[in-house]
Ligand binder design. Structure first.
Ligand SMILES: [Zn+2]
Ligand SMILES: [Zn+2]
Length: 143
């Protein structure tokens, strides 16, 4: 067992999840590809974990989300993405051309980093900002 696999099993156990081969593989895939969709994860692990189904990847990601192990991000018009970086209220920059996603650190390092002009009496727990733009690769590919 590699040290990476060991870390995945520790993380799974730490979140109260039973360690399975496909869960460990999903966790590792997210570590090497942050902001991956369920289909991205499946494509990454299917060669390494024969017998893994798309459904088992969806199930693992759902379990991870319930356990607080992953964060779901949903840029408008894009498939839902998953990442292991949780609980730091960071934001995202999304390329309108190729869909590349970058992390943007929270402006003040604590949630919520933005104060709404009117909180309507709510207790605000988090602020989630999506910046949209064109990445350098897409910009240079443009005629
Ligand atoms: Zn791009
Ligand atoms: Zn992120």
């Amino acid at each position: 067992m590699t040290s990476l696999a060991l870390a995945a099993s520790d993380a799974l156990r730490g979140a109260g999840l039973r360690v399975t081969e496909s869960r460990s593989a999903v966790y590792e895939a997210l570590r090497s590809a942050p902001h991956a969709s369920a289909d991205d994860v499946y494509e990454r692990i299917r060669v390494h974990v024969p017998g893994t189904s798309r459904q088992s990847v969806y199930n693992a990601l759902g379990d991870f989300a319930d356990a607080g192990l992953v964060r779901r991000i949903e840029p408008a018009g894009r498939p839902m993405l998953f990442e292991l970086r949780v609980d730091d209220n960071h934001h995202h920059l999304v390329c309108t051309g190729c869909g590349a996603v970058e992390d943007i650190d929270c402006a003040v390092g604590a949630a919520p980093c933005l104060v709404p002009s009117d909180d309507h009496g709510y207790t605000i727990a988090a602020a989630e900002v999506t910046f949209w733009g064109v990445c350098p690769a897409c910009r240079s590919a443009r005629p």
